[in-house]
Design a protein around this ligand. Structure first.
Ligand code: FAD
Length: 311
C-alpha cells in the first residue's frame, strides 16, 4: 500500500525518514528529494502577481518576470489564504495561520472561534501553557460530536483523542460552546466582546480565528466559477469550467460530495490532469496509467467515494 503522505509512486517519506509521524521539516526534505529525483524546475521566491490569457496562451506575470504556457496547473493550497471575513470585524482576530508559536500566548484567557482541526490544535496547545487559565472554544456546529468516516467532514481521530483525553487535566481549562454562531467581534476598553445571537463572550486578548480557508484560487477568481460552498467548479479533468486548460490540484478540489482535502485524497487526481494533457500531445500513456491505478493514484471513478466505506 502506498505511504499515506507520498506524492509519487515508489516513494515513501516514512521509509526515507524512518518515522511514522514526520515533522514539517522532514516532510519538506522528502519534497526536496522529489524535486531532485524528478529534476523539477522550481523557481523559489517567485510570486505570481497576475494572470492573463490571450487566445490559448496564459501569461503569468511574476516578480521574476513573465512566463507563458498553454496548460496551467494551479496548486496554491489554502493555508496562506484564511477566510478572514466570516463575520463582522473578524479582522480584529488573529488568523490561525499567523501563529508561529504558542510560547508567546501567556495571558490568562483566550477565545478560539472555530472548533475543527485548527481550533482544536490552538485550544490544546494553549491549555499546555501554565499562565493560561481559561479557553473558550466556540463553533457554529457540534464538530466534536460528529463522528463520520470521512475525515473531510469530521475531526480526525488524532484531534478527537487530544481534546477528549480524560487523563489530561490541562483540558479542564477548555470550555466548548457548540452550536453557537459568532456574528461580530467588537473592540472594547478592556479587550474584545464576541457576539452570537444569544450570547456575549468577553476576553482581554484578540480572539483566534480558526474558521477555515478561502483557497489560493481566489487570487485568480475571475478564471473560475464557484459553487455555493465556495469551492471552484471543475470538470472531469479538474479543469476550470470557466477557463480551458486551467487545472486545479490540492485541497480545494471537490466533485459534488467527494472532497479531496487531504494529500492521500488529492494525489489521486494528479494523474487525471497529466493524462488529459498528455492526450493532447498524442502521448501513449496506457502503461503509466495502469501503474498509477495499481498504486491507488488514479481515481477517475468517483462513484465509489460517495458512499461510506466498510472499514
Ligand atoms: C491547518 C491545516 C492542517 C492540515 N493538515 C493536513 C494533514 O494533516 N494531512 C493532509 O493530508 N492535509 C492536511 N491539510 C490540508 C493541506 O492543505 C494539504 O494537505 C497540503 O498542504 C496542500 O498542499 P498544496 O501543495 O496543495 O498547498 P500548500 O502546501 O499550501 O502550498 C501552496 C504553495 O503555493 C504557494 N503560492 C500561493 N500563492 C502563490 C502565488 N501567487 N505565487 C507563487 N506561489 C504561490 C505558497 O507559497 C505555497 O508554497 C491541512 C491544511 C491546513 C490548513
Amino acid at each position: 500500500m502506498l505511504d499515506y503522505n507520498a506524492i509519487a509512486i515508489n516513494t515513501s517519506p516514512a521509509i526515507s525518514t524512518g518515522k511514522q509521524h514526520l515533522s514539517g521539516l522532514e516532510y519538506a526534505e522528502y519534497l526536496n528529494q522529489m524535486v531532485q529525483s524528478f529534476k523539477l524546475n522550481v523557481n523559489e521566491n517567485c510570486k505570481v502577481l497576475t494572470l492573463k490569457k490571450f487566445k490559448n496562451i496564459f501569461i503569468i506575470q511574476t516578480n521574476l518576470g513573465d512566463f507563458q504556457c498553454r496548460d496551467l496547473i494551479w496548486a496554491t493550497g489554502e493555508y496562506k489564504f484564511p477566510s478572514i471575513k466570516p463575520f463582522k470585524e473578524a479582522e480584529l482576530c488573529i488568523p490561525f495561520s499567523k501563529i508561529k508559536s504558542y510560547t508567546d500566548f501567556k495571558e490568562d484567557n483566550y477565545i478560539v472561534i472555530g472548533a475543527y482541526e485548527s481550533g482544536i490544535d490552538v485550544a490544546y496547545n494553549l491549555s499546555k501553557n501554565n499562565e493560561v487559565e481559561g479557553i473558550l472554544l466556540i463553533d457554529k456546529t457540534d464538530t466534536i460530536k460528529v463522528n463520520e468516516q470521512d475525515p473531510s467532514i469530521s475531526i480526525s481521530p488524532y484531534s478527537r483523542q487530544r481534546i477528549l483525553d480524560n487523563s489530561n487535566t490541562n483540558l479542564d481549562k477548555i470550555v466548548i460552546y457548540d452550536d453557537v454562531e459568532i456574528n461580530e467581534v467588537v473592540k472594547t476598553q478592556d479587550g474584545y466582546s464576541v457576539f452570537s445571537k444569544e450570547d456575549i463572550f468577553t476576553t482581554t486578548q484578540p480572539p483566534i480565528l480558526c474558521t477555515g480557508y478561502l483557497g489560493g484560487e481566489y487570487q485568480i477568481k475571475d478564471f473560475f466559477e464557484f459553487a455555493q460552498n465556495g469551492k471552484p467548479i471543475l470538470n472531469d479533468f479538474d479543469e476550470s469550467i470557466k477557463t480551458k486548460n486551467l487545472f486545479l490540484v490540492g485541497p480545494h478540489v471537490q466533485h459534488q460530495n467527494v472532497i479531496f482535502c487531504f494529500i492521500y485524497k488529492f494525489r489521486q487526481r494528479f494523474g487525471i490532469i497529466a493524462n488529459h494533457i498528455a492526450q493532447y500531445y498524442g502521448l501513449d500513456n496506457e502503461k503509466t496509467i495502469e501503474k498509477y491505478r495499481k498504486n491507488v493514484m488514479y481515481l477517475d471513478d468517483l462513484s465509489c467515494c460517495e458512499h461510506n466505506c466498510i472499514c
